[in-house]
Design a binder for this molecule. Structure first.
Ligand code: ZN
Length: 1096
């Protein structure tokens, strides 16, 4: 009962809004009619510095997890429409013709790549326009060598970024201008751009320099402004001459200064990262156990690939060697560099097309006209102007949107704007909402829509004069004119049946069959609910929650409870006709918790006793959801069902299921059926739920197969979450379950929501992934949407884009708040557009790409053989990289693998997706586990997929004991483990503590309170609470990791060479996996071969 007492629910959007002096806060309980007229904003004037976003007053915001949260359920409309593009895309966009064209100097037959010597790339040999975007990772696979290649940066003619921008001025001038006025003084800009284009930000070629970008190389941040062309003198570290506004910064040896060659004996392995990573080198050979054999037998996962070691080729000075793992791009290094380079300065969103810091970097965001990356992240912030270019590159154009994301306390929640009865101002034609990109003209009497170019009249009450730059003088008084994210109070026109909604309700529906009682679940749950109900979500500042609650228990029949405040005791009503579900009572079913507290407490005390002797083992499932939905319908409100369910619903009733689990289907064409629901009944039910605004959260406690694929259909389509506790036992699992439950009940939810993504002319949203329902091609319907859930949107061209005007996205979410207020949350984002592919590659975000690609693949398995899905991913990745190589990299030997700086982790991360339990399951993974994870990933945000696919491995005993900050991670490979140390590994869902066999006795004693390694209990899930610095430090770290994740991670202690270690090793994703997944090194070799095939 601890957590909830100390942490009252404080959902982000019910926060007291940050106060601008004089800025009218449209009151919450407030009448939508009370307008905040422009005059109310009066005193707040102008942007910075007065414009600082004051942190919310009063109550602290949402749970600690705000930075890197969520995880939950769900998956897109199952089945239909799902996969089409998967294979299609490949056919359609094909191994893009251009990619074939170029024949590399030393043409070789497939499969026998030439073994070229390491060649660095003299910058002078840059024959063509597009500046290489990056430090190029050059892996000369022939000799298993890696070298760097210079990516010289000739200023492209006629393009903005050829202008040599002095570092100082560039870094000094950006922040703090308003959303528009972001141009550094003195930075030359084409006049037409500077003056702006109707409704849009002046284009910035390539991402503009952030102040934080300009860390000097010496400080470990080889990052340079993208606008500088030639290599700076003295930059001998060889950082990419064209710098990255993006994450990845290259490491010293990766890119060479012009004309420089990597030193070292021919054929040796020039270390790429080790010079910067002292920690790594030592660990590499400090590994324990049998040395990893060269993983040459790559043939198995990719038939037809000859072992690399045996490839013929030009003369090799040395016998083939295994690729040095230290010489290939390291996720750890990339993450570390980004933290160092971008973690110190706030990310200011005033400039179009800026690539934000990585999700693994802690940074603050200042909204100056574009939505924070906490709300929207894109695969690329610079979109090709034409669909031909986009097809050539094969880089998916997608945005991962988390509309209700919680923010850290230092950042302001979106301001609420109230336009009174007239409602939000919108474009008459495309219905886009007023935003900073709308262009006011004719002295302010009209505005041109930035999405469709329609000219609209400004209503008299909204009129305002323009200043000499054409900007409204009240721009900074109005969030909708100056900020990327804000909310509008909706008028009654935005409400169902033209009626303002009632406050939502929560209904708790508890399985009381034999299994639920026997495991102690029912008792535990009822006990917890007694206190948890005091922490239902509240609108900011409200004394109590407006949410009403109701209770149902069930096995083969349903029991409704009347908990009306006037009753002395709760009354039970049984409905046994589950085929035709109805709600036996209206009055007294949904109640205010405070009014009915005594009756509810009495009920929760009685439930475990009432069913204590049950022998009923069978359960129903669909009728339970039906009942909850009907109850909400009768009460004319939206809401959420919390279902606590234990078994396959085999009792005679609608939605009855049979056990159809069959592991023999794995790797056959029928494997997809394991992911599909076994009946269409749940889809129909889900559709009814969505229409009612009934969101379903499902807590599963299975002892065996329960068909998660089918049971999760309704949660998935209603924006709900699924939690699964296999073989639940109170003593082992209660902490995890209760922690998840508390968070789930308390978290902010928007109900009965519709989300629409509008785009400027030229692109449009064509595909959607996440936990929601769609009855047409544009509206994402969400019975519920919480702050953890993301909706991923893919865009395609339908016309040519324009570099000057860029591309705009506007995500509008209409929803009912937990107090029953109808609101619109708007997020705007402006992206750049390019005519050079190099600009695309320079502004990509690999973490977001992987998020999208995983979701695409995970949906693909519903309709395609898993192998087909895997092959498509590999092909797409190869096409992306081949296109870069052909069009953007400087010419070099075919024996070199050249990766775009921003995408140098694409191979390692993609390999993790390919090896995941969905696409390449190990023997120990159950069908239910796969279905569960599949739907979880569908609504994960970028931070979650990042750590889910590439787990964090933290050495605990390497840093001084007094240093309690999180130690730097090491790469997820067995080679990085030293048997004298202890490590934590987490991926957002799992948490392991690995103990090396030679750990000092003192350490064992301090942590486990036993005297030797052999006495440590394998599989332990709780560390003893001991009063010593090491114990405190490790337990503190564990708490910290848990706080960062949206689901409680249960700890498992694993001893080296113990049976459980197999489980742990599954997460060492750089290694070859037991289920046949390739090691990182092998996959990189394979990827290189694929790229060469495309290029030859
Ligand atoms: Zn419009």
């Amino acid at each position: 009962m601890s957590v909830n007492q100390s942490a009252p629910p404080v959902p982000p959007f019910e926060q007291p809004q940050p106060i601008y002096p004089g800025y009218h806060q449209s009151g919450y309980g407030g009448q939508p009619g009370s307008t905040a007229l422009p005059t109310h904003y009066g005193t707040y004037n102008g942007p910075v510095p007065g414009y600082q976003q004051t942190s919310p007053q009063g109550v602290s915001r949402a749970p600690p997890s705000s930075g890197a949260p969520p995880a939950s359920t769900a998956q897109a409309p199952c089945g239909q429409a799902a996969y089409g593009q998967f294979s299609q895309g490949d056919v359609q966009n094909g191994p893009s013709s251009t990619v074939h064209l170029q024949r590399l100097p030393s043409s070789q037959p497939f499969g026998s790549p030439p073994l070229a010597p390491v060649v660095s790339q003299p910058a002078l040999l840059q024959p063509y326009g597009p500046p290489p975007t990056s430090a190029q990772v050059t892996a000369q696979l022939a000799g298993m060598q890696i070298s760097g290649a210079v990516a010289p940066a000739p200023p492209p003619s006629g393009l903005g970024y050829g202008l040599p921008t002095p570092l100082a001025s560039a870094s000094g001038s950006f922040p703090n201008s308003g959303p528009y006025g972001s141009y550094p003084q003195g930075q030359a800009l084409p006049l037409s751009q500077a003056q702006g284009h109707p409704g849009v930000l002046p284009p910035q070629r390539s991402a503009p320099p952030l102040a934080s970008n300009f860390t000097s190389p010496a400080s470990g941040g080889p990052r340079m402004p993208s606008m500088t062309g030639p290599l700076l003198p003295g930059q001998s570290f060889g950082g990419p001459p064209v710098s990255q506004p993006n994450h990845v910064s290259s490491t010293p040896s990766q890119a060479l200064t012009s004309g420089t060659q990597i030193t070292g004996p021919p054929g040796a392995l020039p270390p790429m990262h080790s010079p910067q990573q002292p920690g790594y080198q030592m660990q590499q050979n400090g590994s324990f156990g049998p040395a990893r054999s060269p993983q040459a037998n790559y043939g198995s996962p990719y038939p037809g690939t000859p072992a690399f070691g045996s490839q013929p080729g030009p003369p090799q000075p040395l016998p083939p060697k295994r690729l040095d793992p230290d010489a290939i791009p390291s996720p750890i290094q990339v993450i570390e560099d980004d933290r160092n380079n971008r973690g110190s300065e706030p990310f200011v969103t005033g400039v179009r097309g800026q690539v934000p810091p990585l999700v693994t970097t802690n940074f603050l965001v200042k909204d100056q006209g574009n939505a924070s990356p906490r709300y929207i992240r894109c695969t690329s912030y610079n979109i090709p102007c034409t669909s031909d270019m986009a097809k050539q590159a094969q880089v998916p154009l997608a945005a991962v949107i988390k509309p209700l994301a919680s923010l850290p306390p230092e950042e302001a929640s979106p301001y609420v704007v109230d336009h009174g009865e007239s409602g939000p101002l919108r474009c008459n034609r495309c219905k886009a909402y007023m935003c900073p990109f709308m262009q006011f003209i004719e002295g302010g009497r009209r505005f041109q829509c930035c999405f469709c170019s329609c000219i609209n009249d400004v209503p008299p009450q909204y009129f305002q004069h323009l200043d000499h730059t054409g900007k409204r003088v009240d721009t900074y008084d109005r969030p909708e004119l100056s900020m990327g994210s804000y909310e509008f109070l909706a008028t009654v026109d935005y409400c169902k049946n033209n009626k303002f909604p009632s406050p939502p309700a929560f209904i708790f529906m508890i399985d009381v069959s034999y299994n639920a009682i026997r495991t102690g679940l029912v008792k535990l749950l009822c006990e917890e609910l007694k206190s948890l109900l005091d922490y239902l979500p509240r609108e900011g500042g409200a004394e109590e929650s407006a949410i009403r609650v109701g209770f149902v228990t069930y096995n083969k029949v349903l029991h409704f409870y009347n908990v009306k405040s006037s009753l002395a005791q709760p009354q039970m009503m049984v409905v046994s006709d589950v085929a035709d579900m109805f709600v036996p009572l209206l009055d007294g079913f949904l109640v205010n918790i405070n009014e009915s507290r005594a009756v509810i407490t009495s009920l929760l005390d009685q439930i475990p006793e009432m069913f204590a002797d049950t022998r009923e083992t069978e359960t129903v499932f669909a009728p339970v959801i039906q009942a909850g939905m009907e109850a909400l319908k009768a009460a004319e409100c939206a809401g959420k069902l919390f279902l606590f369910h234990t078994s396959l619903p085999i009792a005679e009733a609608p939605g009855k299921l049979k056990n159809r689990d069959d592991r023999k289907l794995i790797n056959t064409d029928k494997e997809k059926t394991l992911f599909q629901p076994q009946t269409g009944a749940y889809q129909s039910l889900a559709k009814e739920c969505v229409a009612q605004g009934c969101c379903v959260d499902l807590f599963l406690f299975p002892n065996q197969y329960v068909d998660v694929a089918t049971l999760s259909v309704v949660p998935q389509l209603t924006g709900g979450s699924v939690y699964k506790y296999a073989c639940f036992q109170v003593e082992n699992d209660q902490e995890r379950f209760l922690s998840d439950l508390r968070r789930d009940v308390q978290k902010v939810v928007g109900f009965d929501a519709v989300m629409r993504v509008r785009t400027s002319t030229g692109i449009r949203a064509v595909d959607f992934f996440g936990a929601f329902y769609m009855s047409n091609t544009t509206d994402v319907e969400l019975a519920g949407l919480d702050g953890d859930k993301t909706v991923t949107v893919e865009f395609k061209h339908d016309d040519r884009l324009n570099e000057e005007s860029g591309a705009l996205l506007q995500c509008a979410l209409l929803y009912t708040s937990c107090a029953g207020q109808r609101r619109l949350r708007i997020h705007n984002l402006a992206l750049n557009c390019c005519t050079q592919l190099a600009d695309l590659y320079r502004n990509c975000e690999t973490d977001t790409l992987i998020n999208y690609m995983a979701k695409f693949a995970y949906r693909g398995v519903l309709n395609n053989p898993v192998k087909t899905v895997r092959d498509s991913l590999i092909t797409q990745c190869a096409q992306i990289l081949a296109c870069y190589r052909k069009n953007c990299a400087s010419p070099s030997s075919a024996g070199q693998l050249i990766l775009p700086e921003c995408m140098k982790l694409l191979p390692v991360y993609l390999n993790c997706v390919l090896k995941s339990d969905i696409l390449q399951p190990g023997a120990e993974v159950t069908t239910d586990d796969r279905a569960y994870v599949r739907q979880l990933v569908t609504s994960m945000d970028v931070a979650e997929t990042n750590v889910f696919f590439y787990p964090r491995l933290l050495p605990l005993t390497k840093s001084p004991i007094e240093n309690t900050t999180e130690p730097p991670a090491v790469r997820a490979s067995e080679e990085r483990l030293s048997n004298g140390d202890i490590y934590l590994l987490e991926n957002g869902l799992n948490l392991f503590l690995w103990v090396g066999a030679s750990v000092q006795q003192g350490v064992v004693q301090s942590l486990f309170n036993v005297s030797s390694f052999s006495q440590i209990t394998s599989g332990l899930s709780v560390l003893p609470i001991l009063d010593n610095p090491l114990s405190k430090k490790v337990r503190g770290l564990i708490d910290n990791l848990r706080a960062q994740r949206s689901r409680y991670m249960k700890l498992i202690v694993v001893k080296q060479e113990d049976k459980l270690e197999m489980l742990f090793k599954h997460f060492l994703v750089e290694d070859k996996s037991l289920s046949g997944g390739a090691s990182y090194v092998d996959f990189l070799c394979h990827m290189h071969k694929e790229i060469r095939q495309l290029l030859s």
